[in-house]
Design a protein around this ligand. Sequence first.
Ligand code: NOJ
Length: 473
Amino acid sequence: MSKHKLIYQIYPSAVGDLRDIAAIIPRIAEKLHPDYIWLNPFFESPWVDGGYDVKDYCKIATRFGKLKDFEYLVKVAKKYNIGILIDLVINHTSIEHEWFKKSVLHDPIYKDYYVWLDKPLNWQSFFGGPAFDYSPLRDKYYLHLYDKNQPDLNWNNPRVLKEFQKIIDFWVKAGAAGFRVDSANVLAESDLKHGRIPGLPGFFEYYQKPQTVKVLEKLFSRKDIYTIAEPVGGEFYSKRKFHELTNKAFSASFNVGTLDVADSFFSTKDRVYPVKYRRWLKKLSKWAPEEKFSIAFESHDAPRAVSRFNTDPRLLAMLQFLLPSYNPCIYQGQELGVENAELSNNIEDYPGVQSRQVYRRLRRKGKSVAEAMKVVKMTSRDNARQPIDWGEYILQGNREESVLSFYERIIRLWREDMVIAEGDLKVKKITRAGVFDFERNYKGKTYKVHIDFTRKTPSTLMDDKGEVVIRVK
Ligand code: NOJ
């Protein structure tokens, strides 16, 4: 079995229900042949954080359909040799989850399902603001690394582990081929103290403990599923340590850092930073040969890459598929060159919790509505969460010079050409402005790649005979 797995990410609410998703699979399969489709959460949820606040892990939200629709989707995908990956949110639930409602009431079984403290710590949540909230009913503080509607589970409680083992079994039985595991490195908090680094979530000092690794192994070290973990947390998420630690638990690791190391676009930021090409390309070339790392330039957590980098989408495709790339992830629409959405100037129209928090923070800092909205519009995750025109598959599919046809071609090379698939990487040049020259070497054959983000020269792939295989002007 090939080590190379192509993952295609679908954000369900931007497409429709599970039957609508099933209907677009043949188009995606015919052009890109992904090995897996990762679906963002489609479970019952109050939708405070785009479904990452789960109310019931085994119930599909009504608007997406029923279990039989999921089974149908699996069947369609299987016809094209595609496995469906479920997004498993294991760090936290929704505040509306039965477990939390009972935990608040000090129910003897559920009281320790979450992280409760008598006094809050000085931790900051990922979305800004304190990471502890007071519950008058329980007269204690609960931890939420994300929004206060997303209480953190207590992974020191073996009952929580059992619950998730049941959930995993449920979805595997329903036909899931594996899981994308949300916020996988920040579980199992115990013996918590104030954070040492002001302004950062204090858990940085607690994460990736042997305890976390043990939990993850118990949940995921099984041969019958593909699993891709998502470690989170500033500069930390790119650390090799987590990937090494969880070697047994996970098939691959979603390297958020590859989106853009400097986080220049990231929706938690209060202003837009320029892309730091040299730093990004250097890190990419270091990470790329790692078999378990993913390379992704887009996701539901970032604005569209074409807009962030203000570039030709084909240059990004060259980078993603001509570097060694074992688990590349494509986010729906990336292969069509989709740009940022035209978002509203009214913050009330933004469903994403993060955009609203950035907006409030900027307003508190004294920015005008217009200034705050300018930042929100450029950084919002909602940019990538809009419906796209799937008819483009037909239009672009028929045009040889289209972005989609380019993706089709480069993915075929990535799969079939041994130099691209297996060759060693030799970096020749990286400039601050974004010129990147590298070679791929395999059994005496050398390919030369030149990618120029300044677009002053054509970007090219040259094979061992000196012939230009790919050229983007
Ligand atoms: C990471 C997910 O990708 C993001 O969308 C979500 O807000 C957080 N985890 C919390 O679950």
